[in-house]
Design a protein around this ligand. Structure first.
Ligand SMILES: NC(=O)c1ccc[n+]([C@@H]2O[C@H](COP(=O)([O-])OP(=O)(O)OC[C@H]3O[C@@H](n4cnc5c(N)ncnc54)[C@H](O)[C@@H]3O)[C@@H](O)[C@H]2O)c1
Length: 387
């Protein structure tokens, strides 16, 4: 028999109680720490996925726990490079992981909408590469899935996070340009037809379209954003595939692609009218016999603005003034956007940093560009009702 004196018993029991209390407190801290770590999966492990892995792995409370690619070797390679524990060839299996909070979609354009909708339905937040979708109807279905499942849907239009676009928006919002009546945008280059990924960018089935979807979205969203989301009314456009289909266009120094697979447009020019009388001219080229077709300009009755190189044109004190700005920083805007997405998840916000309803408008204009080019005449823009 042990004979423990009451005093010793009381001391032992007190030590035990304090230890239990501290253990409970430690467990709670661990749980909070665990909650504040966002667990991410990457779908599609090709070229752009590297920038997603790099951005997530540079953030303090984020862990990429899974990745998937239909070509399993690509997923395995990224898993090795970025220390990712789970690899799948079918993204649906990855979506079954309870602990997964969010996914990045880095697949060819045509799979953005169906995969985003599946992920949102599985209760995951979605960071989706551009273009948002191949049609406005798909974009609407994505927005509805995000709303119904109360998850964030962020589309990677990184230009919104560029300091020059943000400065341009501040200048326009402050009234420096007065009433804006015209804008013009060019994006592209001489021989930039993407030929990688088994022709995924140049086949209709996987891409949905060519340069308009791939690059045009940047110019369209930049102008829509800076100008306060004006409503497009109609579009008159042409598209061309003459260089993409030409074997002679495969020259030294240019990007290479499989000419026989080329099914989309390599060039487009569009005239877009807006509700308030403003108009835009958009020029988009994956390929052409010229280096450039100019810059992006915005014209108002009190001032004009050129983006990249950034310059403000105004009449000041009776003279024509060109106002330049100190060199604007050029951070990795995609990483900035990914960081903003993660913060929105951690803070439990109900809306993403970039409203998908605004990005959907690029698909509205794109639908009209393709329709106008097909019919050879001006067509009305069809803005879907979301509510
Ligand atoms: N934001 C940017 O700056 C930027 C830059 C480049 C590309 N992108 C966009 O990212 C997307 C991918 O471009 P990329 O250059 O990385 O293409 P890529 O061809 O290099 O990679 C796409 C990957 O997706 C995989 N894939 C295809 N279907 C899949 C599926 N159902 N499930 C899982 N994986 C699948 C392919 O096997 C491939 O490895 C495109 O939509 C493109 O517009 C964005």
């Amino acid at each position: 028999m042990f004979d423990i004196c009451p005093h010793r018993w009381q001391t032992a029991s007190k030590i035990f109680r304090v230890a239990c209390h501290r253990l409970r407190a430690f467990k709670q801290v661990c749980e909070v720490m665990e909650m504040s770590e966002v667990k991410v999966g990457v779908i599609g492990c090709g070229m752009i996925s590297v920038r997603h892995f790099q951005a997530y792995t540079s953030l303090p409370d984020v862990k990429v726990i899974a990745c998937t690619d239909v070509v399993i070797e690509r997923a395995r390679q990224r898993a090795t490079e970025f220390d990712v524990p789970h690899v799948f060839s079918d993204y649906r299996q990855m979506l079954q992981m309870e602990e997964l909070d969010a996914v990045s979609i880095c697949t060819p354009h045509a799979f953005h909408a169906p995969i985003a909708i599946d992920a949102l339905k599985a209760g995951k937040h979605v960071f989706c590469e551009k273009p948002m979708a191949t049609t406005a109807n798909e974009a609407v279905a994505m927005i509805k899935a995000a709303r119904e499942n109360q998850k964030l849907l962020e589309v990677a239009i990184r230009t919104r996070f560029s300091p020059s676009v943000q400065l341009a928006k501040r200048l326009v919002d402050s009234g420096m340009l007065g009433k804006v009546y015209y804008a013009e945008g060019f994006i592209g280059g001489r021989r930039r037809i993407p030929g990688w990924g088994g022709s995924a960018f140049i086949r209709k089935e996987t891409a949905g379209g060519g340069v308009v979807l791939d690059l045009g979205v940047y110019t369209m969203d930049t102008l829509l954003h800076i100008l306060g989301q004006p409503k497009p009314v109609s579009v008159s456009a042409i598209t061309s595939d003459l260089i993409g289909k030409s074997k002679e266009a495969l020259v030294e120094g240019g990007w290479q692609w499989e000419v026989n697979d080329f099914e989309v447009e390599d060039f487009s020019a569009a005239f877009v009218r807006f509700e308030d009388g403003m108009a835009w001219v958009l020029k988009m080229a994956w390929a052409m016999h010229a280096d450039s077709l100019g810059w992006t300009f915005i014209l108002g009755d009190k001032g004009g603005l050129r983006l990249e190189p950034f310059e403000l044109y105004r009449d000041e004190h009776g003279t024509m003034a060109n106002i330049t700005f100190p060199a604007l920083p050029r951070p990795d805007s995609l990483a900035t956007q990914i960081s903003a997405f993660i913060n929105a998840i951690k803070e439990g916000r109900t809306t993403p940093p970039t409203p998908p309803e605004e990005i959907m408008m690029t698909n509205v204009i794109i639908d009209a560009i393709y329709e106008s080019a097909r019919l050879g005449k001006e067509v009305a823009c069809n803005i879907p009702k979301l509510d």
